[in-house]
Design a protein around this ligand. Structure first.
Ligand code: ATP
Length: 787
């Protein structure tokens, strides 16, 4: 503002007059300058003006002013514009008086005042002239000054422009900074609002925590004492634990030893059995030869007796004939003495005698022969007796060996039973130590429809600690490593996989709830793992193999007094609806509910078909029936995709007649529906709804597992049919195994990564300690439960 006033040229008084600027508009200092040095006379200057209007006033003023009333020209009176105008118009206003004298006086007075006015004007003009000159000079000076100033200002403007452009740059920079800052601010604002919310919730929590803290503090005092005692107890527990650890190690070693011993015993046993069999056969043949010998001996004895009788007869005959011969000889002598007889009679007698002698001789020979025969037979008998006693000794020896072997066999069998129960205990201890949910991973081989083998995305680490337990997945140049309880590569056969789970399956016979389920994306090999390929015995899956083992072992346990009964049911959960896959007739509208018993430990599905099964062959028929009824569909990922969760349940009731012990085990074998993202499944319409239902129930399953792992108060079992059904199996006291099936197809890497991440989280869960279901005879329930 100051510079603008400096630049404006000063207004000349004439200009001011032209523009009709009133005296009151002129600043007082300027008015004084207009009055000049005559300011003192301003009061007097008004006198002529007053005189113009009022004559008496003029006279008074004239009197006071001295010589001015005569119209002397020396004095200068100050006029205002109004006074000048009034002076000029006075004559017109007053008109011309008729009286000439008066007229003259007025005229003189007017002329006087006009002269005074003219003088004032002149003085003023001079003054104005001087002022103008000085003003012009000033103006020139000011102009020069202005020019200099303008130059300076131009220079300043240039400088300012440069400054402005640099400032503009700065402003642009500042603007972008500002935008960044605004963005940061917005983010911070969001973060702040989140933080505020967190803060609020934290405050609430803090309050709660404070309350809890005070409660805890109160408790802490009470607990402190307890703590001290606990510490002592803890120390003793630690000692106990270390003892247990060392015991475990020794037990493990003992177990290994027992295993080796068991295998050698089993081998010995089979050798002994073979030997026993040979001995039995030998014994049987010896018995047969002994029988033969006894028979021979009896025959010889009979023969001997017969020979003896015969000999006696012959001897009697001989004696008789000798008597006859002697009688005849006496007679012959008598005849010869008394020769009264004819020579013919003598000849006859001689012939008779010689015939008798011949008979005698032949009989003697016969007797000799018979005696020889008798001696030979006696020899034979002796020999037979000898061999009989030898055979008896051998037989007795063999009987001793057999009884010894039997004793050893019984001993070994006892050891085997003990070893078996130790195995069960150790197996359960191992499971408890590992946590009762375990995860096995299986990678299927590349199929012809998969991507090229060169792009293999799955690999298996070969380091000692990760061998058979580690898996690596490559995605976008990054490698993700996972580790599970067991990892099966593409080469693992169905039998290899089953061997690893056979112990777990067997514990269903020991009275545990066992749940094995296969999880994975569509086409990753879940059904192959669980069911296998029908019609190809070597490709049978876990379900048929498990059931075969259960029946085989249940048969072998008969020797120990165990009797088992089994009931099977098969259902599927399709779009959150239960379907009975063994129902004799199709009943599409039928609704099946899931019911928990009072303590929540057992779950039932009333009206579900339950089949009593006695052998593995029955099971395969049931599985075929169920497989035919199962809902399958086609997805982009698998031609025959299982669109439902398939649940096979075998309830096992066992009773030991020797010990009165009763066990109730449950084996749940589940082939879950494929877990794939909606985008990847390519599903639309009904298939889309199916996929949504599948994903919902699988996410419910993971929610339940994680809630259990975090030991949350509320576990959302009821959020899906699958988790409601499996509540007793997942709820803690069952043995659970999850198979995560992986496809090596490079296009499935994303899905595989999701599955592996889920499985890794499950693997880190501990959901409780498995409990054996034992009961007395009376407390058993005939309904089929899922846990
Ligand atoms: N270990 C394996 N060895 C050989 N072939 C396999 C193996 N695992 C899976 N396959 C084959 O891969 C294909 C897909 O397997 P499968 O049907 O079992 O997958 P899935 O996970 O059950 O799929 P969905 O969830 O869609 O039912 C089948 O042709 C199957 O025979």
């Amino acid at each position: 503002m100051a510079s603008r006033n400096q630049n404006r040229p000063p207004r000349s008084p004439s200009t001011m007059q032209k523009k009709g600027v009133g005296a009151e508009e002129i600043p007082s200092d300027k008015r004084r300058r207009i009055g000049g040095e005559k300011l003192v006379g301003l009061g007097r200057g008004r006198a002529p003006f007053g005189a113009l209007n009022n004559k008496s006033e003029v006279n008074e003023v004239s009197g006071a002013g001295g010589g001015s009333s005569d119209g002397s020209e020396g004095s200068v009176v100050d006029f205002t514009e109004e006074e000048v105008d009034a002076l000029l118009e006075e004559r017109m206003k007053k008109g011309i008086p008729r009286d000439t004298k008066k007229k003259m006086e007025n005229m003189v007075d007017l002329i006087k005042r006009l002269k005074q006015c003219v003088r004032w004007f002149k003085g003023k003009k001079e003054k104005l002239q001087t002022d103008l000159e000085s003003a012009e000079k000033k103006c020139v000076d000011t102009e020069n000054e202005m020019k200099t100033k303008i130059d300076e200002l131009n220079e300043a403007i240039l400088n300012l422009r440069t400054t402005i452009s640099s400032l503009e740059e700065k402003v642009a920079m500042e603007e972008s900074d500002k935008q960044e800052v605004t963005e940061c601010y917005r983010k911070e604002k969001e973060a702040r609002s989140v933080a505020e919310q967190t803060n609020i919730s934290l405050s609430t929590e803090l309050e709660k925590v404070c309350d809890e803290k005070s409660a805890i503090e109160r408790k802490a005092i009470a607990t402190e004492d307890l703590y001290k005692r606990s510490q002592e107890y803890n120390i003793s527990l630690q000692q106990y634990n270390s003892r247990l650890q060392s015991n475990l190690e020794t037990v493990n070693e003992a177990h290994k030893r027992l295993e080796t011993e068991k295998s050698s015993i089993v081998e010995n046993l089979s050798n002994a059995r073979g030997h026993n069999k040979a001995l039995q056969e030998q014994l049987a043949s010896l018995k047969a030869s002994q029988d033969e010998a006894t028979k021979g001996k009896d025959m010889l004895a009979t023969e001997l007796k017969f020979l003896r009788d015969e000999l006696k007869q012959i001897r009697d005959d001989r004696d008789h004939q000798l008597g006859q011969v002697q009688a005849l000889t006496g007679e012959v002598a008598k005849y010869k003495e008394y020769t009264g007889k004819s020579s013919e009679q003598l000849d006859t007698l001689t012939v008779k005698t010689s015939a008798l002698e011949e008979v005698c001789t032949s009989q003697r020979q016969q007797i000799d022969m018979l005696q020889k025969q008798l001696t030979a037979e006696r020899e034979k008998l002796k020999m037979a007796d000898l061999s009989f006693s030898e055979t008896r000794t051998v037989f007795e020896k063999q009987e001793t060996v057999i009884s010894q072997l039997r004793e050893r066999l019984a001993e070994k069998e006892f050891q085997v039973i003990e070893g078996e129960s130790l195995r069960k205990k150790l197996h359960n201890t191992i499971l408890e130590l590992k946590g009762n949910i375990r995860v096995f991973c299986r990678v299927r081989p590349l199929l012809p429809d998969d991507g090229p083998a060169a792009d293999m995305v799955v690999s298996f680490p070969s380091s000692t600690e990760a061998l058979g337990r580690g898996i690596e997945l490559a995605q976008s140049g990054q490698k993700y490593s996972f580790s599970f309880d067991k990892v099966f590569n593409q080469e693992a056969s169905q039998e290899d996989v089953f061997t690893e789970i056979s112990q777990l399956v067997q514990s269903a016979l020991d009275g545990y709830k066992v749940c094995i389920f296969a999880y994975g994306q569509t086409g990753s090999g879940k059904t192959y793992t669980m069911v296998g390929r029908p019609g190809l015995p070597e490709l049978k899956g876990l379900i048929p193999r498990s059931l075969e083992q259960i029946f085989l072992v249940s048969q072998s346990l008969k020797d120990q007094g165990w009797k088992y009964t089994m009931q099977a049911s098969v259902l599927e959960i399709y779009n959150e609806t239960i379907r009975d896959l063994l129902a004799p007739t199709e009943n599409p509208g039928k609704k099946y509910n899931i019911i928990h018993d009072a303590n929540g430990k057992n779950t039932y599905v009333p009206d579900l078909t339950i089949v009593d099964v006695c052998g593995a062959d029955e099971i395969s028929t049931l599985l075929q029936r169920a497989a035919q009824s199962r809902s399958v569909g086609r997805t982009q990922m698998n031609e025959q995709s299982s669109r439902s969760h398939f649940v096979f349940t075998l309830r096992i009731s066992g009773i030991n007649e020797n010990t009165e012990q009763q066990v109730q085990g449950v084996l749940n074998l589940i082939d879950l529906a494929g877990s794939e993202r909606l985008s990847k499944s390519g599903a639309t319409g009904d298939r889309l709804n199916e996929t949504k239902a599948i994903n919902k129930s699988l996410s419910c399953l993971s929610d339940v597992i994680f809630a259990l792992a975090k030991k949350e108060d509320h576990v959302p079992f009821r959020n899906s049919k699958l988790t409601t059904l499996l509540q007793p199996c997942l709820g803690g006291d069952s043995k659970t195994l999850m198979f995560v099936n992986i496809s090596p197809d490079p296009t499935s890497t994303g899905e595989s990564l999701c599955s592996l991440r889920f499985a890794a989280r499950v693997n880190s869960c501990e959901i409780g300690i498995p409990r054996r279901q034992t009961s007395t005879k009376s407390s058993s329930d005939s309904r089929l439960s899922y846990g």
